[in-house]
Design a binder for this molecule. Structure first.
Ligand code: DGL
Length: 286
C-alpha cells in the first residue's frame, strides 16, 4: 500500500469512528420505567444523544411468557438498530432476564442490561446479607437475580417477591395514591417479616415509588436500584470502545412510544431533568 493510500484509509477510519461516536444511544423498556435509567445516563453522560423506545402498547412485559418477552425485546432492539444507535441499554429487568443473551448474539453492537448493575449496586455494601428482591413475575420466575447474587457472594439469604400490580400503578401515575401504598405494603410485609437488610428494586419502574417505599420500610433497610450503576457500566463500555460522544455536545432525548399516553408525557416532563421534545408514535413493524 502506498503512503498516500495508507493516509487516506487512516482518514476514512477516523471519519467513520467520529460518525459512530456521534450516533445516539438506544434505550428501551416496556414503558416509563426506563426513564429512571435515562435520567441516570443523562446525569453521567450529558453529551450523549438518546433515542428512547417505550413499548407502551404491549406493556406489561412482566406477566408475559419468556418467548413473548424475547420476541418483544428483539423487535425493540431492531427498531433502535434500524434508526442507527451506537449501543443499546435494555432498561427493563424482565427483558434483560429473558432476552439479553439472545440480543447480544444477534446484534453487532454493545448491549448493556440492568441486572448485572442491580447486583453490583446491592453488593456494593459488604454488609448486605439478607436481600429482598421485588420485581415483575417474569423477572422473579427467571431466577436471574437470585443466581447472579448467589454466584457473587456466598452466605446470602435471598427472598424474591413478585409485585405484578406495581407497574400498572406507576404507568397510571398513581405513585402517591393510597391504593398504591396499600399494594406496596402487601408486597413488602413478607420481606420485612423475614428481616431483610437490603431491598433491591429489580424493575426499572419501581424507583418512581421510592418515597412510598421509604415510608413503609424500616429505616435500616437499604434501598437499591440499578439505574446509576447501569449508567456507570454503559460509560465504562463506551470508554473502552472509544465511543463517547464529543464533549460539549448538547445531549438530546428523542422518545418513541408504541402507544401515546398523556400519563407518560406528564411523567417524563416532571421526572426528567431535561424535558423531552415531541413524543413520536413508533411502529415496530418497520
Ligand atoms: N420496567 C420493566 C422491568 O424493569 C418491567 C415492566 C413491565 O412489566 O412491563 O422489569
Amino acid at each position: 500500500m502506498s503512503d498516500r493510500t495508507f493516509r487516506l484509509s487512516e482518514a476514512g477510519r477516523a471519519n467513520s469512528i467520529a460518525r459512530v461516536k456521534a450516533l445516539p444511544l438506544g434505550i428501551f423498556d416496556s414503558g416509563v420505567g426506563g426513564l429512571t435509567v435515562v435520567r441516570a445516563v443523562q446525569a453521567l453522560l450529558p453529551s450523549e444523544d438518546i433515542l428512547y423506545l417505550g413499548d407502551t402498547a404491549r406493556l406489561p412485559y412482566g406477566s408475559k411468557s419468556p418467548e413473548t418477552i424475547r420476541q418483544f425485546a428483539d423487535e425493540d432492539a431492531r427498531f433502535l438498530v434500524a434508526r442507527g444507535v451506537k449501543a443499546i441499554v435494555v432498561a427493563c429487568n424482565t427483558a434483560t432476564a429473558h432476552a439479553l443473551a439472545g440480543l447480544r448474539e444477534h446484534y453487532q453492537l454493545p448491549i448493556i442490561g440492568v441486572i448485572e448493575a442491580g447486583v453490583d449496586a446491592a453488593l456494593a455494601n459488604p454488609d448486605a446479607v439478607r436481600i429482598g428482591i421485588i420485581a415483575t413475575r417474569g423477572t422473579i420466575r427467571s431466577h436471574a437475580y437470585q443466581h447472579a447474587l448467589a454466584l457473587r457472594r456466598t452466605g446470602l439469604v435471598i427472598h424474591g417477591q413478585a409485585a405484578p400490580l406495581l407497574v400498572p400503578l406507576v404507568e397510571e401515575n398513581w405513585m402517591d395514591h393510597p391504593a398504591t401504598l396499600m399494594v406496596l405494603q402487601t408486597y413488602l410485609e413478607p420481606l420485612i417479616d423475614k428481616g431483610i437488610d437490603t431491598l433491591l428494586l429489580a424493575c426499572t419502574h419501581y424507583p418512581l415509588l421510592i418515597p412510598g417505599l421509604r415510608d413503609l420500610l424500616p429505616p435500616d433497610v437499604r434501598l437499591v436500584d440499578s439505574a446509576t450503576t447501569c449508567a456507570e457500566h454503559l460509560k465504562r463500555e463506551l470508554v473502552r470502545l472509544n465511543l463517547l460522544a464529543p464533549a460539549g455536545n448538547d445531549g438530546k432525548l428523542e422518545i418513541h412510544l408504541t402507544d401515546l399516553s398523556e400519563e407518560f408525557e406528564g411523567l417524563a416532563r416532571r421526572f426528567l431533568t431535561k424535558p423531552p421534545g415531541r413524543i413520536h408514535l413508533a411502529s415496530l413493524g418497520c
